[in-house]
Design a protein around this ligand. Structure first.
Ligand code: GDP
Ligand code: IMO
Ligand code: MG
Length: 450
């Protein structure tokens, strides 16, 4: 069977925690898109791991795969693997030979494009993580990308670098007007330096037997009866097709990409479970609209600060404070439809405890009309006025005790909140997060038992 974990909102919903929770029943955990823009947190017995590329099954010793749909910065990957080894884990990570490689010039170009957009005062910068994600997917679509398999053949690597690097240099110098002479970014555009560094990376990947034909590998594991867990990164509303374009990442976090980004057929993914991970409120790191954002007046800002502190809402990758808003049901309806959720896990229910007031957005008003779905354009979405329903609040509770005693031990108002959400999106709740630790989850259904 397969289980696909998908972010329902804007990333950072606690996907890593649920991948770790259910990863104990999986044999292989597969990332199918994105790269080291992800920051997934796993907490086991108070010990915290922050993972950008190594799939979150690693803490349980499950084999991790970076599928063909990922963009891989091999330097980040090796650093992460080495750090985990120092901490006593032995991650078994394989990388699809069809996955694309993030090269140093992709990171430089990501930074330059953001700077240019910021300088023109049009407010169109995305607030990317600066990891080179967009430029790498651009090269993939432009058929000038360098793939993991290319690192394994020194001659092929040189040929590809000799084709692409002068184009990148020209882009920086002639289009963006930067002089790379004497700039510390110049090495990112030096074919010989890149060749030497990335051929050596190819040798390490080969020596450690880390590369796979992902489709073939997963097919065999499945035939052998192994359970496969797909670990989505980012979230539905920053999906390049289904999200809030252009304030999106450059891949498809939604469930359909689990098949495309791994080479395991849609029937295998569709036969399995697809669980949307939901944060009980909203957080957004980076630019773009957020209709329910708590930023209207000083009281709202104080409430956002309180939630941000309690929920530790600071970017895992960049450390940026996350913007905070009330839960938005039109966003969840869209996410449930696009990915075909069979269940949801609602995290951070502990963070909402002890509030004076609790609101949920049930729909939007725009130009005198009311509707319950997210508009397709950013321009319309940012003009939407949320329609709120106010629900009862609950008092702080003992998370460990509630996790142990089960769902009925949650405060009644928290259960009402959860049931209201499940009803509105017509999807059952499989799990409730009441704290960051693996044990601080109230499990109603283990998808691997379905
Ligand atoms: P991901 O990117 O979706 O894996 O999420 P992140 O790891 O970036 O951010 C989620 C943060 O919330 C991490 O610090 C988690 O340890 C933490 N977390 C996850 N679930 C819960 C929960 O139910 N309650 C609380 N308080 N924290 C949680
Ligand atoms: P996880 O997997 C939250 C956001 C960035 C920016 C936009 C584009 O931890 O949930 P990019 O660097 O991808 O080109 O940036 O997407 N973003 C995330 N926000 N969680 C993430 O990952 C994100 N990955 C990218 O902040 O707004
Ligand atoms: Mg994250």
């Amino acid at each position: 069977m397969t289980l696909t974990i998908v972010g329902s909102q804007l990333g950072d919903e606690g996907k890593g925690a649920l991948v770790d929770r259910w990863g104990g029943d999986a044999d292989v955990v597969v990332r199918y898109q994105g790269g080291d823009n992800a920051g997934h947190t796993v907490v086991e017995g108070g010990v915290e791991y922050k993972l950008s590329l190594v799939p979150s099954g690693a803490v349980r010793g499950t084999t991790g795969i970076l599928g063909n749909g990922c963009v891989v910065n091999p330097k980040t990957l090796f650093t992460e693997i080495d750090d985990l080894r120092e901490r006593g884990l032995d991650p078994d990570v394989r990388v699809a030979r069809r996955a694309h490689v993030i090269l140093p010039y992709h990171r430089v170009l990501d930074g330059i494009e953001e700077e240019v957009k910021a300088d023109d005062d049009a407010g169109d910068e995305v607030g990317t993580t600066g990891r080179g994600i967009g430029p790498t997917y651009e090269d993939k679509a432009g058929r000038r990308g360098i793939r993991i398999a290319d690192l394994l053949d020194s001659d092929v690597l040189r040929e590809k670098l000799e084709y692409v690097v002068p184009q990148k240099r020209a882009l920086v110098e002639d289009v963006y007007g930067l002089d790379l002479q004497g700039d510390d970014r110049a090495e990112a555009f030096d074919v010989d330096a890149l060749h030497e560094e990335f051929a050596a990376i190819g040798e390490r990947l080969a020596d450690e037997g880390m590369t796979v034909n992902c489709s073939d590998y997963l097919h065999r594991r499945r035939e052998a009866g192994d359970e496969i867990l797909f670990e989505g990164a980012q979230g539905t509303h920053i999906d390049i097709d289904h999200g809030n374009y252009p304030f999106v990442t450059s891949s498809n976090p939604t469930a359909g990409a689990a098949s495309v980004g791994s080479g395991l057929g849609v029937t295998a993914v569709g036969d399995g479970e697809v669980v949307g991970i939901v944060k009980a409120y909203l957080s957004r790191v980076g630019e773009g609209p957020l209709p329910t954002e708590l930023d209207g007046d000083a009281d709202e800002e104080a409430l956002a600060d309180d939630i941000r502190e309690k929920g530790g809402e600071f970017g895992t990758v960049t450390g940026r404070p996350r913007r905070i808003g009330w839960l938005d049901l039109p966003m969840l309806r869209h996410a449930a439809r696009v990915s075909g959720f069979t269940g949801v896990a609602v995290n951070h229910v502990d963070v909402l405890a002890g509030l004076d007031e609790l609101k949920v957005c049930t729909g939007y008003e725009l130009d005198g009309e009311t509707f319950d779905t997210v508009p397709t354009t950013t321009e319309r979405w940012e003009r939407c006025e949320p329609v709120f329903e106010t629900l009862d609040t609950w008092e702080p509770f003992d998370s460990a005790a509630v996790a142990e005693d089960g769902y009925d031990a949650l405060p009644e108002a928290a259960r009402d909140y959860l049931e209201f959400v499940a009803d509105e999106i017509d999807t059952p709740i499989y799990a409730v997060g009441v704290g960051p630790d693996r044990e601080e989850t109230v499990e109603l259904t283990n998808p691997f038992d379905e």
